[in-house]
Design a protein around this ligand. Structure first.
Ligand SMILES: [Fe+2]
Length: 187
């Protein structure tokens, strides 16, 4: 029987409950995401593939009642990118289709306030179908992700250790950040 959404969520919640350290949690959740991507994906509905011509689309698949975990399908049309951002929690990302590019940023010091932030550009990762990656907070992983104009649409699954309804976006040139609230389409 294919590994489905209910089984995946239950296993991820068990992994989160068993691992207080975020790095241990994502290590435990990574093979679960791999298994989900390898399954028949029958849990995915047409609304999870909704795109938006104006910006990448965030389609909620699951948000825990206690908001301690969430799963989204993100749909990236060619040329759509996130701002430079953080997450405030751990996350595990798996690629359903296409290729997602990740451009990392590194802080030259601890970030304790919303200005006087010094970010340097880091390496680039190209994630293709069935690739899985992860991140942890404190210090938070700062990056931008998206799909260059020259590539096809991509769809990715994002599991987070909270309801991902807010995060910081960074103005690298000004050395500032601000917290934004993000809407998402609920299925
Ligand atoms: Fe991100």
């Amino acid at each position: 029987m294919s590994y489905g959404l209910e089984h995946f969520i239950a296993d991820c919640e068990a992994a989160a409950a068993a691992n207080a350290e975020a790095a241990d949690c994502v290590t435990a959740a990574l093979p679960l995401m791999e298994r989900l991507l390898d399954g028949d994906r029958s849990f995915l509905e047409p609304e999870h593939f909704r795109s938006d011509p104006d910006h990448y689309a965030r389609n909620a698949i699951y948000v825990a009642a206690d908001e301690r975990m969430s799963l989204f399908a993100l749909v990236w049309l060619p040329g759509q990118w996130t701002p430079v951002h953080d997450h405030g929690t751990w996350g595990v990302v798996g690629i359903l289709q296409g290729a997602l590019e990740e451009r990392s940023y590194m802080s030259e010091g601890a970030i304790a306030r919303d200005d006087d932030i010094h970010l340097k550009r880091g390496g680039v990762v190209l994630l293709k179908e069935k690739s899985v990656t992860s991140f942890v907070p404190n210090p938070d992983h700062i990056h931008m992700t998206g799909v260059p104009e020259s590539r096809a649409m991509a769809v990715s699954l994002h599991l987070y250790g909270r309801n991902m309804n807010s995060f910081h976006i960074y103005d690298v040139a000004r050395g500032t950040r601000r917290l934004i609230n993000v809407p998402h389409q609920k299925s």
